[in-house]
Design a protein around this ligand. Sequence first.
Ligand SMILES: [Zn+2]
Length: 433
Amino acid sequence: MNRFDSVHNLAKRKIRQLGLTPPINMEEVIHSLNIEIVEKRNQYGIEAYSELGDNLRIVINPEMTYYVQRRNFTLAHELGHIFIPWHNGDIKCNFKDNYVKVGGKRLLDTQELEANIFASDFLMPQEWLLSEIENNRDIPFDKLVELIARRANTSIMACFYALERVLPSGYCYFVKRDTSEWWSFFTSRNTYTVNWFSYNEDRMKFFQNLSIKKELFRIGPYEIVLYKMISCPSKMELCNEMERNGGSIETLIDSITGGYRHRILPFLDVVLEAVTNDKYIAFVFQDDDLIKSFYSEKSPLLRIYGAMGYEEIREIVTLYGFDFQSIDLENSMVLLYISEKKFEMPRYTYTNPNILLRQICDYHGYDKRMLQSVNGVMAAANSAYGKEYSDEELYNWCKYKFIVDPYYEELVADRNFDKYIVNKIISMKLKRK
Ligand SMILES: [Zn+2]
């Protein structure tokens, strides 16, 4: 469980303990907890801060918390600092966004974000929010936000955070305050899980291309761009569809996207992870450049294929008889999905692997550099995975390592080389014991 999950659970627990339902009057809650609220102006533009020493105190700036909703959210945020066990000292709060400027860089301020998550969950508990959404299914997004803000007696910004958690798959929205130059980005569950771009501006363009519908709203000082995306089916639905179509990822993607295949990109990882029983590795190429890879854990192919181009990879998987699917995703993008082949480890009568390797290298006219290189690969595999992997897994790891590197092409084609790998694994294992 990560820190954010802990904060969600904490808010849920506190709401239950205190027996609260929206609208929640924070002023009353805080007084009932015997925490002092002090009103104090300051000239630094600090809206509120918490003193988390022996005497718990919340200090708020009345000039900046004039509106009841704003004040309610601010107080819930401060209560978050008080309840979250790893927040301590005096915390001065920045309500503009969750970033701080350090040495000219924008860094995420985790404590502020956590306090916002707490406040949001506290004022708008998940079950309550779900029923509000269900009861108001047909109203536009901005009306939904306003309605929730009103019923929960909280700020509009708080609603954006809260809705992200409970909306079904398919919602992405960007929000910007008039006074800010930054867009905050929100996405409902299983909607945008692959990070294709690191900047918001790029991300907007990305959604522009992939969305089903774009809507613009304004609520008070907030500008909102809502992108409605296709929704990601549940794991069970994905598996059923995959079974129906006989294991074709291409058909699966067509059925999810209605033929607009590139719309799968935002949650491609969720789909691949859901339908894969075997180990796999998948690459997305655009104009022959590798732009993303997905893989199951412990895959022997992991770091190896990355450096290759589309054609090279295809050649190798064809040569060694891997199952693979190559799927056109439009916009000159291709998904290459490879099910990993497991090589069975052959049995041989024991031969000294070092003598064997020298013979093989001599036969092909290699000098001791090749010998050292091969030994280096085996030793590295042994020290990295020797204890953790079975003989078979180690054999597969080494085998992959050699077959995907053109440097070893000639050796790999030699039937005795396999015998060398097996004997080397056995001798390394004996030495470990
Ligand atoms: Zn704060």
